[in-house]
Design a binder for this molecule. Structure first.
Ligand code: C2O
Length: 578
């Protein structure tokens, strides 16, 4: 069973989300509710780009089911693994206060749910609202195992903008014509870069610029004059994406479940992991307009999928009058060039936090001043089939020259909680082991990282600043860095090497964006701050899964505090064994 699109000829259109909303408010009398869901992970045959193959889905749906909750609610999701692979699910952006056991990254907070087994994720949403999402966090299964997680404000709390007429999740994805696990296996074997995708998708459909795809093209129906809320989620595995709608300006109101000061733009750019809420006013002549998802690709000499996914924004009157008339071709927007970093920078620099309950105050007195390089690397190896990277190498990636290895015997969180020795060390370097011209011409001697499972320990409540610095090793590249269990302020971003004397003066202490995933600019840096108020083991990694597989990750170990609600809860009884 797949998401069915409303028929183009249908005139009284109801978006399923609206119905859900109505049902939801009808029986939400109490302030906080508990929502029970069952997610069956299974292999499902799906036809795209002229061929059918089996993908892993949740409940046979692609994209997976939308979770709709309110701030303060509790989610209880029983995951039953009927697929032939190990799996875990991650609730991307949910803070998981004291419930790290429900966070999901395999071998970090839990062992994977094996085929035939199940695990129930249980967590409460505390002071967060906006658009988040859920996805598999095991191998590359998130290529097809993902869905929206929409958090409405608490009952009676309005949005900081007029209530939109419709609420439309727009999930951007990436499609391969082959089983994604075999693509990963092949890349792991050869050491070369993985095959690029065959298409991008919008709500699971590539759209009619691809062969055999016009039938299924996603359509969104709007009425002339109404304003709708698009909840855009970049669920693509390996690609940062531009999003545009022909002839329509987009008013950006939120990012990663934090409200921002409104601004309008023609183009939005999202790294994998990021979400952006935009208001779209249907104020154009009645007709059909393309929405597009197209690549932003900043690495040099690296192959990528240079295609464009489309969906169609259809004005209701246009669909009604066109009954027997062949529908005119939708209008195409102007799409930025794949390497248009100037557009990305101009867009990003406009995002400012609106300030809210989430806002609190920006930490100023720092307890931890960390500086992490983020980038690729190459491992020299013996020429042969397992050494097919550039010049007989294998690709790798690292933070501060440590290429992250997941443990196998148990998860990091269990090892910490149960004092199991030999699983990890806590000597992740606070600064790069060697200082060099990070974005300049880097000596080959510095291209090969070390491998390890190194954590960085944080005292409960400490104020943490991290400079994330891209490197020119192999190639500079924009990296979407995601921190689990937290959101953070983005104090500043820039190009070249971070220079504390020059760049600290430019920190935004007034209205810095609050995010869970930050794009570190290509050949540049970003500075983030957060208060370590959530104990547990929290991964920080590049959300481009090919980079994650190469080791572009680390984890924080945040110790318990002294107070009553400052310790992690005990593990649930059904926590999967390794
Ligand atoms: Cu959305 Cu560790 O991931």
């Amino acid at each position: 069973m797949e998401h069915s699109n409303p028929s183009p000829m249908q005139c009284n259109i109801s978006i399923s989300i609206l119905i859900l909303l109505a049902v939801f408010s009808a029986f939400s009398s109490a302030t906080a509710e508990t929502h029970h869901h069952q997610f069956v992970v299974q292999a499902t045959p799906v036809k795209r780009l002229c061929r059918t193959h089996s993908i892993i889905t949740v409940n046979g749906q692609f994209p997976g089911p939308t979770l709709l909750v309110r701030d303060g609610d509790t989610l209880v999701v029983k995951v039953i693994n009927s697929a032939p692979y190990n799996v875990t699910l991650h609730w991307h952006g949910i803070r998981q206060m004291r419930t790290p056991w429900a966070d999901g990254p395999e071998y970090v907070t839990q062992c994977p749910i094996q085929p035939g087994a199940s695990y129930t994720y249980r967590f409460t949403i505390e002071n967060q609202d906006g658009t988040l999402w859920w996805h598999a966090h095991s191998k590359w299964l998130r290529a097809t195992v993902y869905g929206a997680l929409i958090i409405l404000p608490k009952l009676g709390v309005p949005y900081p903008f007029p209530e939109p007429k419709q609420d439309i999740p727009v999930l951007l994805g990436e499609w391969w014509n082959r089983d994604i696990i075999s693509i990963l296996r092949q890349a792991r074997f050869t050491g070369a870069a993985p095959n690029v995708s065959d298409a991008y998708t919008i709500n699971g459909q590539p759209g009619d610029l691809y062969k055999c795809s016009s039938q299924g093209t996603t359509k969104f129906h709007v009425k002339s004059g109404e304003t709708v809320l698009l909840r855009i989620i970049n669920a693509a595995l390996n690609q940062e994406l531009f999003f545009t709608v022909a002839n329509h300006m987009l008013t950006v109101v939120g990012n990663d479940a934090a409200y921002n000061k409104q601004f309008t733009t023609r183009v939005v750019m999202l790294g994998p992991g990021q979400t952006t809420n935009v208001l779209l006013a249907a104020n154009q002549p009645s007709g059909h307009y393309y929405m597009t998802a197209s690549p932003y690709h900043s690495a040099q000499n690296a192959p990528f999928d240079n295609t464009t996914a489309t969906a169609i924004l259809e004005y209701e009157s246009a669909s009604c009058t066109s009954k027997n008339v062949s529908v005119s071709k939708p209008l195409m927007p102007i799409i930025p060039a794949y390497n248009d970093t100037a557009t990305v920078t101009a867009y990003t620099s406009q995002i400012r936090n609106l300030g809210s309950k989430q806002g609190k105050t920006v930490p100023t007195r720092m307890d931890e001043n960390l500086f992490f390089t983020v980038g690729l690397g190459l491992v020299n190896c013996f020429p042969g089939p397992r050494c097919q990277g550039p010049n007989n190498t294998r690709f790798a990636a690292s933070m501060n020259n440590v290429s992250f290895l997941l443990p196998r015997r148990t998860s990091l969180l269990q090892a910490y909680y149960q004092n199991i020795p030999g699983i990890y060390t806590t000597d992740f370097p606070p600064v790069p082991p060697v200082t060099f011209d990070y974005t300049g011409n880097v000596s080959r001697a510095l291209w090969q990282p070390r491998f390890g499972t190194k954590l960085y320990k944080l005292k409960f409540g400490s104020n943490v600043q991290i400079v994330l610095q891209d490197t020119a090793i192999v190639s500079t590249e924009d990296h979407p860095i995601h921190l689990h269990g937290y959101h953070f302020y983005v104090m500043a971003q820039g190009f070249g090497n971070f220079n504390p004397r020059r760049d600290t003066a430019g920190f935004n202490l007034v209205d810095p964006p609050l995010r869970n995933t930050i794009n570190v600019p290509v050949g540049g840096w970003a500075v983030i701050r957060f208060v370590a108020d959530n104990p547990g083991v929290w991964m920080m990694h590049c959300h481009i899964d090919s980079h994650l597989a190469w080791g572009l990750a680390m984890a924080f170990l945040v110790e318990n505090g002294e107070g009553e609600l400052q310790s992690i809860e005990p593990p649930p009884p059904d926590l999967p064994p390794c």
